[in-house]
Write a protein that binds this ligand. Structure first.
Ligand SMILES: [Zn+2]
Length: 545
């Protein structure tokens, strides 16, 4: 054996590629392998295959031009690795769950808890990241990029970019009418372009949240007063249960064929079957429903810049408190007494900071025993939060079987996902009935009422969508049609015309009604109260006469 053969190889073989070639190959990789959802939608939206081809080629040219622009020494590889990892993560959620990763979705993700995020980090996700994120990144790192000398590179890059842009322009012009029609009619299409749109959304979110830090909420309804004590003289107590991810479609109170509301059905409640949410995600819906801004006028910034229902109640001298078993109050309880149940991690109800909603109900008796004045308590449930539906209820509520116990919903049968979800609705039914029954038990000392509204619905595989957070403009009804339940104790109820409430409940309602209905229930007058948005205003005895 010669000495030569014992020596280690001088260098591992590394393929060499010109920077422009690598940029173009990468752009093609993204367009072909990371955009399944985008192409599936584009295919169904375009009538003409020729127009679709022009649209696809034009976009690919633009993407190539962008990457060639970034093909600078020491910059190209990190940029490509970043794009590859981002594209892999985004394609998992877009292709698997039908998720659109817009600014609201990024905000939701940024506010999620480690426990919630943990449910999404499934073995399937990790394998997907390995195959579509890590492996191509290693390939990029392996390649030796040949960069030309500065001036020559500058000239070649400029020429390539110019040619690509010209080709993109020719494509756009050749099918301009079809492209304009499709992108205008189907606003969701461009939102699924991976990874440019998810990265763009993340950048917009980062810039906006920096600016959000300096926003101070403007006082609202500082003229608020309780118009008068309750006729019995007992303090009024309103409990607002803000639900999580419960969709109206699966409430038997609204006609769902399965008995998912057996306990509420036995109570003297009013159900509003035509209620729509403000948003399709917690981070939008929760601040919107407590704001006096209607859905038409609400914006994330507008919500932050103005005080909300709890502040107005505070100005009126009503005691307010927020109990949270979710991911926080989204700024609503900023100036209110706030108690987190998931942080407390009570072992009777919690496993690793994820708690059953009963933990909050268990403390209600003690809280009510100390009520001395008009009070509003918000209970922010974990409700039906997915994808781990089977973990949202105790075993006693596993009534619809078999239920999907896997967070990777795609690996479960559709009917098993619905079973697991319906069990969470059964449990919420029990939670709400428990709240009402506890209030009833205390009505000797208080005038109680309860309002329940879910923050948004959930997709369980309809139209290929799972979970929630679709842009409102294209969101299916499963994500925006929410349950709304109202219960009032006999004292408050005696001042209301029951036939009128039944008639009102048959009309459409929305999150816009919460702010004003709660003020009405608490008999608070203020210049920011609008009786037309209070679902009970026209039904109060003496109203309109
Ligand atoms: Zn939510």
């Amino acid at each position: 054996m010669s000495l030569e053969s014992l020596r280690p190889a001088r260098a591992i073989y590394r393929p060499r590629l010109g920077s422009i070639t690598l940029a173009i190959l990468s752009a093609l990789y993204f367009m072909i392998f990371a955009n399944r959802t985008f192409w599936a939608r584009a295919y169904s939206y375009f009538d003409s295959h020729l127009a679709l081809a022009a649209f696809g080629l034009g976009l690919t040219c633009l993407f190539c031009a962008l990457i060639v622009t970034l093909s600078v020494k020491y910059l190209l590889k990190p940029v490509l690795v970043f794009l590859l990892i981002s594209a892999a993560a985004a394609s998992w959620f877009m292709d698997g769950f039908g998720t659109v990763i817009d600014v609201d979705m990024i905000r939701n993700a940024a506010q999620t808890t480690p426990a919630e995020a943990g449910h999404l980090m499934t073995p399937g996700f990790l394998l997907h990241m390995l195959v579509w994120g890590l492996l191509p990144s290693l390939l990029v790192c392996w390649v030796v990029i040949e960069h030309r000398r500065f001036l020559s590179k500058f000239g070649w890059n400029l020429l390539t970019i110019a040619l690509l842009l010209l080709l993109a322009l020719a494509c756009a012009v050749s099918a301009s009418r079809s492209i304009a029609a499709v992108t205008r009619m189907h606003k969701d299409l461009m939102l699924t372009l991976n990874p440019l749109l998810p990265i763009g959304s993340a950048a917009v979110f980062a810039l906006a949240s920096e600016a959000d830090k300096n926003i101070v909420a403007k006082p609202l309804g500082t003229d608020a007063r309780v118009a008068g004590p309750s006729p019995s003289g007992k303090p009024r107590v309103l409990i607002i249960v803000t639900g999580e991810t419960a969709r109206a479609e699966n409430f038997s109170l609204g006609g769902y064929a399965r008995e998912t509301n057996p306990e509420l059905a036995k109570l003297d409640i009013t159900y509003f079957p035509q209620t729509s949410s403000c948003g399709t995600a917690t981070a939008v819906s929760v601040p919107c429903m407590f704001s006096n801004l209607t859905r038409a006028n609400y914006s994330h910034r507008g919500g932050l810049a103005n005080e909300n229902l709890l502040d107005v109640l505070g100005h009126a001298g009503v005691k307010t408190e927020w109990w949270d078993n979710n991911t926080g109050s989204k700024g609503v309880a900023e100036r209110t007494v706030y108690k987190s149940f998931s942080d407390a991690n009570d072992p009777r109800y919690c496993v690793k900071n994820e708690c059953l909603d009963e933990g909050m109900v268990a403390q209600l008796e003690g809280w009510l025993a100390n009520v001395k004045q008009d009070s509003v308590l918000v209970i922010h449930q974990l409700g039906s939060h997915g994808p781990a539906y089977s973990q949202r209820h105790p075993p006693a509520f596993t009534r619809f079987t078999p239920e999907c116990t896997n967070s990777e919903l795609g690996s479960c049968k559709p009917e098993d996902i619905v079973n697991a979800y319906d069990n969470t609705i059964l449990y919420t039914d029990h939670i709400l009935a428990s709240v009402i029954n506890i209030l009833k038990a205390h009505q000797g000392g208080i005038e109680p009422a309860m309002i329940y509204m879910s923050d948004h619905g959930e997709s369980l595989g309809e139209h290929g969508l799972y979970l929630h957070g679709a842009p409102y403009i294209v969101a299916p009804s499963q994500q925006t049609h929410v349950p709304f339940v109202l219960w009032q104790g006999p004292g408050m109820k005696s001042a209301i015309d029951p036939a009128c409430v039944s008639a009102r409940a048959a009309e459409p309602a929305s999150h816009d009604n919460l702010f004003h209905t709660a003020l009405g229930v608490m008999n608070v007058t203020t210049s920011v109260y609008e009786s037309k948005l209070d679902v009970l205003a026209s039904c109060r005895k003496g109203a309109g006469s």
